[in-house]
Ligand binder design. Structure first.
Ligand code: SAH
Length: 267
């Protein structure tokens, strides 16, 4: 990204994905940038550990939880006049529900360079925690990242019932307090009451992660009993529980009877 000629002395803003919570799940590149940062603006209580663990002594570290978007971009712009590397640290991947473009536009308008370092999304961390796969041969080969409507309206054609009609893996963000809407949508799309469901609270957080398994019929009750009402990923997928199925279609790539570019069939 190029900026205006007068911007040569200005620092660059890096939107860095901190990962889902475990500070070891930030990328090597993200960690390196943090360790060289002159200023870090981190998102709420979710990613402070990575900031405080990896940022150098003397780095200006600021929590954005009580700031408006205008205040955040103003702060970032101000920091670029003092520091070569300014980091905006976000949970998971910055491009998922992260106001990335809204924050980048004022930077572009101010002639400030910016880049994104991707992060491990909580959707990935949740499936990893549960030892589940998002895709399985002949079961589903697609994944939908979505949410239900809260205060942010859903664009037309994206209501959960229409998306659920595809019977793919659904990773549902930002919706744990709206579980009744999730259930209603899955039912409207014809998912059976015994469809397996997964809720992961604080995926990857050392000592705090909780994995709840259930079905469409009982997952809400299980969440209530466990007191899980925030920071949780809801997954509905025909792949859940496949570890214990009696039969499973094989991946062609590793099938002995299948020839491909790097291996001849052996059986
Ligand atoms: N950019 C983030 C998502 C931010 S939206 C990402 O890629 O993961 C915030 C939502 O993400 C939460 O409501 C919750 O649904 C989910 N989330 C974030 N961190 C989580 C974690 N450690 N475990 C489970 N869900 C998490």
């Amino acid at each position: 990204m190029t900026s205006n000629p007068g911007a040569a002395s200005l620092g660059k803003v890096w939107f860095v994905g901190a990962g889902p919570g475990d500070p070891e799940l930030i990328t090597v590149k993200g960690q390196k940038l943090l360790s060289q940062a002159g200023a870090v603006l981190f998102a709420g209580s979710l990613v402070d550990r990575a900031a405080t663990l990896y940022a150098p002594a003397g780095c200006e570290i600021r929590d954005s939880k009580d700031m408006t978007l205008e205040e955040m971009t103003e702060w970032l712009i101000e920091q670029t006049s003092k520091h070569a590397i300014v980091v905006r640290l976000q949970t998971g991947d910055p491009g998922l529900y992260g106001a990335l473009i809204e924050m980048a536009r004022p930077l572009v308008a101010a002639g400030i360079e910016w880049s994104v370092v991707p992060g491990v999304s909580s959707a990935m961390a949740s499936m990893a925690a549960a030892g589940e796969s998002m895709t399985l041969p002949e079961v589903t080969q697609s994944v939908i990242f979505t949410r239900v409507e809260g205060r942010t309206p859903m664009p037309e054609g994206e209501d959960l019932a229409s998306l659920a009609a595809h019977r793919t893996t659904l990773c549902i963000f930002l919706s744990i307090t709206l579980m009744y809407k999730v259930e209603a949508a899955l039912r409207a799309a014809g998912w059976p009451e015994d469809a397996p469901m997964l809720v992961v609270h604080k995926a990857s957080w050392p000592g705090e992660e909780r994995i709840l398994r259930g079905t469409l019929a009982d997952i809400k009750q299980r969440c209530r009993e466990a007191g899980v009402a925030s920071q949780a990923m809801i997954v509905a997928s025909p792949t859940l529980g496949a570890l214990h199925w009696e039969t499973l279609a094989r991946s062609k790539l590793y099938d002995p009877t299948f020839t491909h570019r790097f291996r001849k069939a052996s059986a």
